[in-house]
Design a protein around this ligand. Structure first.
Ligand code: DX5
Ligand code: ZN
Length: 219
């Protein structure tokens, strides 16, 4: 199966959004959009309003990675804006997971779950059969350009064998430090989608067309 690439838009040139989206639209499988609350992670990045405006200029599916301590505060807005995937952190939905999943699925939107590097797959075993995209963080969430955490490779491997054993339908995505140093080992472990940020895509060349070509060549 062909591997997918999801550019992480917090790493794009934000002074040049329309132009960059025009280029990325030719290649991207999804757009990965980091939305932070400054509490669950100590940073802020893209906003709900950004997603709303982006939706007007692209048809590429938008995967909204919500890093917020109270995700229930934002889910309705994300549904209304027309996010294609709503990806919530397992660490933030305990006690309300099934309620949120139902709300998302009823709106005909795909449900994603994201695991911090230290969170075990067992934490989400009760609802894994409902997951459309499983994102394994390979850096601590919140900041681009961090060092890849090698321990996440085993988690990708485990997610992949579990998927095969139980016939789950989730797609396995990796977020953080996906680049030429890590593609191969992650692919072998079972990664199906790479979220590419600074080292994987945007930092490769100032010309984004060339950066994308370089990325595909490095892969
Ligand atoms: C971190 C973000 C990532 C980040 C990846 O919280 O979720 O999407 O942008 O960036 P790199 O590829 O630079 O690690
Ligand atoms: Zn992310």
């Amino acid at each position: 199966m062909k591997v997918k690439f999801a550019p992480s838009l917090m790493c794009m040139d934000l002074m040049n959004v329309q132009n960059q989206i025009g280029i990325l639209d030719q290649y991207a499988d999804y757009y990965h959009i980091d939305i932070m609350d400054g509490h669950f992670v100590k940073n802020l990045s893209l906003s709900l309003d950004f997603v709303k405006r982006l939706k007007l200029i692209t048809n590429i599916p938008l995967d909204c990675h919500l890093m917020a301590s109270n995700p229930e505060m934002y889910v309705d807005q994300l549904i209304e804006i027309g996010a294609d995937f709503i990806s919530l952190h397992a660490e933030t939905i305990s006690g309300q997971a099934f309620r949120l999943i139902e709300r998302i699925k009823q709106a005909d939107i795909k449900f994603g779950v994201v695991l911090n590097p230290e969170t075990d797959l067992h934490a989400i075993s009760s609802y894994l059969h409902l997951v459309d995209i499983l994102t394994i963080m390979s850096v601590d969430p919140g900041f681009a350009g961090q060092k890849f955490i090698v321990e996440s490779i085993d988690k990708v491997r485990l997610a992949s064998s579990l998927k095969a054993d139980k016939q789950y339908s989730y797609e396995i995505a990796v977020d953080g430090g996906c680049n030429k140093k890590t593609y191969k080992i992650l692919r072998q472990a079972g990664a199906e989608c790479f979220i590419v940020g600074s080292s994987g895509l945007f930092g490769l060349h100032e010309n984004l067309n060339l950066a994308y070509e370089l990325m595909l060549r490095e892969y």
